[in-house]
Design a protein. Structure first.
Length: 129
């Protein structure tokens, strides 16, 4: 099951953060078809957010065809976003963990590491977000 986290300093709306976390979990194969998302009540209790925020996120995921809201049953994953690159994830994750350890040992703060990664990623991949 997914363990939602919110970054209140990100400037990203909480419902969008929830949607992004589900999408990322689907891309990484951490969520599969048939898996159940936490109930609205569970998310509200853990994150101390408005139930409408969770419902908005779940509805957006439903509109994208990724989940199905089933009264009395819960929110069920109906489609995955994982692709044929999934087997390559773990070795790359291990390399990334090593890189993060080197960056930390070099004295970079978490914010500096994130900034370095994001700017390098954008420059390399051409991402505009």
């Amino acid at each position: 099951m997914i363990d939602f986290q919110l970054d209140v300093r990100s400037g990203i709306a909480p419902y969008i953060q929830l949607v992004q976390q589900v999408r990322h979990s689907l891309h990484l194969g951490l969520l599969s078809v048939g898996d159940q998302l936490p109930t609205v009540k569970e998310v509200v209790a853990k994150l101390a957010i408005n139930p409408n925020t969770v419902l908005k996120a779940y509805r957006e995921l439903e509109q994208e065809g990724l989940v199905s809201l089933r009264p009395g049953v819960g929110t069920i994953v109906t489609r995955t976003l994982a692709d044929s690159s999934l087997p390559a994830h773990e070795p790359l994750r291990q390399e990334l963990l090593q890189w993060l350890a080197h960056a930390h040992q070099a004295g970079l703060s978490a914010e500096s590491i994130e900034a370095l990664f994001r700017t390098t990623f954008r420059a390399t991949v051409g991402v505009t977000k």
